[in-house]
Design a protein around this ligand. Structure first.
Ligand SMILES: [Zn+2]
Ligand SMILES: [Zn+2]
Length: 375
């Protein structure tokens, strides 16, 4: 026989408090959502364990994350650096919620933007100021080798946040702040390009990267032609100040080049499409003595034919730019903070975590430039 006590249990406030805390911990643990890439094409939104900060790291609540062309590549084909399964997403703004051992308590609650990776500062390339070529760059990359930002919470390894931690002042648009990483690569590219002797630059590719190049070139007072195959993207280029837009489905860019510098061609070209035909087009559009910046990478082993005559007899200068360096990141943050650029216009919509796949598939089909993900 079982007897039940008729004696009521008095639940006092001090008894309730730990109960409530315990329950909310459980709810938080259960409902921590993240978008996990298992294999190319297999992206699942699921519950994951709440990240616990390791020594020196911080854990942040993600306020906004952006999709990026690299995420599209990663989602479709995988990526040489990526360890799957992993939470993807690497452009984000967060609020510090939890601190690992050795992190000063003053960081708690700060709204910030950081980068997805950081150079080691010690290798052959780092000591020469070429941190973008750091031999240890691939070790820790948010969204590739460690969990990324398409999640409610993210852990930021010490090596990354100790170098890159920009506290966001009140009033700054969080979506624009989240552009730090891609913008810093564009700033780096323009530094590699260097001065332009003349006034006409052609940007091939009117995606977010091309449109950031356009805006920086306009800040430098240059005339810019933007070349793409999609009118929706070229319309954005027009709004952002392109002097000429060329839809290469309808017009031959070579014909436009013949109207520049009395038929000699563009003073400089920035290739921002990441396609072999764009690389080849760049070589045809530049004038003698002009410069080309190849910004969009092609798969290893891709050969692009270049008429050696153009390089030797016509002194066409050919440069490549990859990734970024700490000084470019600083400069990019200043551009964001001083609101020098119209970055919001590069975002085609805001979506919840559940729709990351849709956002990446849209981008893959050329629908929309970039999406903001709000976990
Ligand atoms: Zn990116
Ligand atoms: Zn290094």
């Amino acid at each position: 026989m079982t007897t039940y006590s008729s004696q009521p249990i008095l639940i006092t406030a001090d008894l309730m408090e730990p109960l409530i805390r315990c329950q909310s911990e459980i709810i938080r643990a259960i409902y921590l959502r993240a978008s996990v890439l298992y294999a190319p094409g297999d992206l699942r939104v699921m519950d994951v364990d709440e990240p616990k900060p390791r020594r020196g790291s911080i854990v942040a609540r993600v306020r906004i994350a952006l999709t990026c062309g690299t995420d599209v590549k990663l989602y479709r084909r995988g990526h040489p650096f990526a360890k799957l399964p992993n939470i993807i997403g690497h452009e984000f703004v967060g609020v510090v919620e939890d601190l690992g051992e050795d992190v000063p308590d003053s960081y708690r609650g700060r709204l910030f933007v950081t980068m997805n990776t950081s150079p080691c500062g010690e290798c052959f390339y780092c000591v020469r100021g070429r941190e973008n070529l750091c031999e240890r760059l691939g070790e820790t990359i948010i969204g590739f080798t460690v969990p990324g930002a398409y999640a409610e919470m993210i852990e930021i390894p010490e090596r990354i946040w100790r170098r890159y931690f920009y506290q966001i002042p009140p009033g700054l648009d969080l979506v624009e702040a989240a552009f730090l990483e891609p913008l810093s690569t564009v700033v780096h590219g323009q530094r590699i390009l260097g001065g332009v002797d003349g006034e006409w630059v052609a940007v091939i590719g009117s995606g977010p990267i091309g449109l950031m190049h356009l805006q920086l070139l306009k800040l430098r007072g240059l005339m810019v032609a933007v070349i793409d195959r999609h009118w929706e993207k070229l319309d954005v280029a027009k709004r952002l100040g392109a002097d000429v837009v060329v839809n290469s489905n309808e017009e031959r860019p070579e014909d436009i080049a013949r109207s520049i510098n009395s038929g000699k061609g563009f003073d400089a070209i920035i290739e921002a499409a990441g396609k072999q035909e764009a690389w080849e087009l760049a070589i045809r559009l530049v004038r003698s003595g002009g410069k080309i910046l190849f910004f969009g990478g092609l798969p290893r082993g891709t050969s692009v034919p270049i008429d050696s005559y153009r390089i030797h007899y016509e002194e066409v200068e050919v440069k490549g730019a990859f990734h970024t360096t700490p000084r470019d990141v600083d400069e990019a943050y200043k551009l964001i903070e001083t609101r020098k650029l119209r970055l919001r216009e590069l975002v085609s919509g805001v979506m919840p975590l559940e729709r990351v796949r849709e956002a990446l598939e849209n981008m893959g089909r050329g629908v929309g430039l970039k999406y903001a993900i709000k976990p």
